[in-house]
Design a protein around this ligand. Structure first.
Ligand code: HEC
Ligand code: HEC
Ligand code: HEC
Ligand code: HEC
Length: 496
């Protein structure tokens, strides 16, 4: 090749490269301009796919919560739970949480929400939707909190339809973080917390958005001036947020979620006090937010954004833990395993003691124990089960707050043990000293033993899924609040 030909070829390549570079800069610029076109989304737009054109990275990573789709049947894993929750919905169906993408789907499919046939039937109140969807704050705004909390769950079947998404944590007009549910701030104020939504910093908000849902709550029966009764989501924090404080709160108002059919104990069901437990751990005390671990900053090309695939931070330790810790990933993983094993050891003991205590109390009633004899025993059972539940229902509190988890489980074991010592005395007094509580082997056996038959519930549920539930989706589409494309191809997964 001649000298000039070579120069010519080099020039062509250089021009080509520059054109490509310019095109890429232009593309970036266009994307930037598109991204800067805020606000263009309506205040109460709850269809998550509508955000994609402005925030593709956040949307796409949010959508990846769909990948966490495995169902883990907790009743199969710990069959004694069927005894602990006998007479309550959780004994029918209870799975470990999975991706946010499935929140509405799972709420409709669980046997706990029953099989309504119209808007006024079914066991659950409207409040049961509260932590599942951005449509909840939309409806709260439209109908007012009081109306939202009135009536049956089925009343909002065609309104609450999109899974946990953008409007749960953002104001779409500015995309600033925003808590859109009033009860959280009411709870913080009742507690007398120094931080409320009025003075929360950005770092505080990075926990508060999660605390809208990952907290302990109950449905407070509230008579309204219009004669109706609201069942309002309320955080029981007025005495404080430790396990003893909330126990005192519930005891003071004589609240119980249900009465256990075997032991006749007025029971409490802990929800998921994840935020409250986090506060007591090393990270919470240092205000390391939920988002610092669950939504790390990510780099893509030259763009830095927040990863919206909320899941297990251990899947990307380089972006989470390793930002702050100088030890090896392996040593952190070993440490977490140890924490889990310690929790599992105490949790197994607590569950077994509680299962035995319910049966022994049932036997005591049967052989003629008096109310007076049983009262202190039932109080111990109530408190023991509440504490065990509090420690383990707050999901991996064994990691978020390891010492507190073990302390709470320790007091659960103490109280269940005390109940059983008293029960041994009462059983002996009434001639049943050699009674032995039945041993639990698997979920089915436990359900039979506690008189629970699911065949009818499952049949009715399927009828609901093929009937009313399909109508809800059609109506939601007609109202313009749902795009069926958004849930296309998802497989219904349940453990029944
Ligand atoms: C569970 C709460 C939550 C949900 C749901 C959520 N976000 Fe975010 N989002 C956050 C947090 C936390 C940040 C980080 C804020 C900060 O900088 O402190 C964030 C940041 C952002 C930002 C700012 C840029 C960035 O990446 O840091 C955008 C844009 C955004 N989110 C878009 C969305 C969109 C679109 C959706 C719905 C598909 C969505 N978010 C759903 C919590 C949420
Ligand atoms: C609107 C209520 C709501 C908000 C806000 C919310 N969550 Fe959740 N979260 C849920 C529900 C409900 C589930 C269980 C979904 C299911 O199993 O169908 C869940 C599940 C999870 C899981 C389990 C995911 C998996 O793949 O197993 C994690 C982790 C989680 N949330 C963390 C967070 C963090 C961190 C925040 C704040 C950035 C947050 N959540 C905000 C309601 C919420
Ligand atoms: C220091 C990091 C860190 C912080 C801060 C943190 N988490 Fe986690 N979280 C984790 C890890 C690690 C796991 C997984 C543990 C395991 O292996 O089970 C997890 C798991 C979870 C799960 C999954 C439960 C399940 O069973 O699938 C939920 C829900 C959750 N966290 C919510 C929160 C909330 C809400 C906050 C803030 C109040 C928070 N986390 C703060 C690290 C953190
Ligand atoms: C934003 C910074 C930050 C991130 C991210 C973070 N940590 Fe920490 N971690 C801390 C701080 C601060 C402490 C408290 C240190 C102290 O008290 O000396 C701590 C303490 C700990 C401890 C000892 C206390 C205990 O609870 O046993 C462990 C273990 C730990 N972190 C594990 C993790 C893991 C695993 C991750 C990732 C999932 C993680 N951390 C993410 C800042 C962070």
């Amino acid at each position: 090749m001649g000298k000039y030909k070579l120069l010519f070829a080099i020039s062509i390549i250089a021009i080509g490269l520059m054109t490509a570079l310019l095109a890429s800069i232009n593309e970036k610029k266009e994307e930037k301009e598109q991204l800067q076109k805020v606000p263009q989304i309506e205040r109460w737009e709850t269809k998550n796919e509508e955000f994609r054109k402005f925030y593709p990275r956040e949307y796409d990573s949010w959508k990846q919560t769909k990948e966490s789709d495995a169902i883990e049947d907790m009743l199969k894993k710990y069959p004694e739970l069927v005894v602990l929750w006998a007479g309550y919905g959780f004994a029918k169906d209870y799975n470990a949480p999975r991706g946010h993408f499935y929140a509405v789907e799972d709420n409709r499919n669980t046997l706990r929400t029953g099989a309504p046939t119209d808007e006024n039937t079914g066991p659950m109140p409207t409040a049961c939707w509260t932590c599942k969807s951005p449509d909840v704050p939309r409806i709260m705004k439209k109908d007012g909190d009081e109306e939202y909390y009135t009536g049956k769950w089925a009343k909002y079947g065609s309104d609450i339809i999109n899974p946990i998404g953008c409007v749960d944590c953002h104001n779409p007009e500015t995309m600033e973080l925003q808590v859109n549910r009033n009860y959280l701030n009411e709870g913080l104020k009742a507690e007398g917390h120094s931080v409320t939504l009025e003075n929360a910093t950005q770092q505080d908000l990075r926990t508060m958005v999660c605390a809208q849902c990952h907290v302990e709550y109950y449905f407070k029966k509230t008579p309204l001036t219009n004669g109706k009764t609201a069942m309002a989501v309320t955080l029981p924090w007025a005495e404080g947020t430790k396990v003893e404080d909330m126990e005192k709160y519930y005891d003071n108002i004589n609240f119980s979620d249900w009465v256990h059919p075997i032991s006749k104990t007025p029971m409490l069901k802990a929800q998921h006090p994840g935020y409250e437990m986090w506060k007591t751990g090393a990270h919470g005390k240092n205000n390391v937010s939920c988002v610092d671990c669950h939504m790390p900053y990510t780099q893509e090309g030259g763009v830095k954004y927040t990863d919206h695939k909320i899941g297990n931070p251990l899947d990307s330790m380089d972006k989470t833990c390793m930002n702050c810790h100088r030890v090896s990933e392996k040593s952190l993983l070993d440490n977490i395993k140890e924490k889990r094993d310690r929790k599992d050891e105490l949790q197994a003991k607590a569950i077994k003691l509680l299962s035995d205590a319910h049966f022994e109390a049932g036997k005591a009633w049967e052989v003629g124990a008096t109310e007076e004899e049983m009262k202190p025993i039932l109080t111990n059972i109530r408190h023991a089960q509440w504490r065990w539940d509090f420690a383990v229902a707050s999901h991996p509190a064994f990691f978020h707050a390891p010492e507190e988890t073990l302390r709470v489980l320790g007091t659960a074991i103490e109280k269940a043990g005390n109940a059983r010592i008293e029960l041994a005395r009462v059983l002996a007094k009434h001639g049943a000293a050699d009674y032995k509580a039945p041993q639990i082997t698997d979920k089915k056996q436990a359900q039979e033993l506690t008189g629970l038959s699911l065949d009818k519930s499952i049949e009715e549920k399927k009828k609901f899924q093929n009937g009313l539930m399909q109508d809800w989706k059609k109506e939601a589409q007609e109202k313009g609040v749902y795009n069926p494309e958004s849930t296309k191809g998802i497989e219904t997964k349940t453990s029944y």
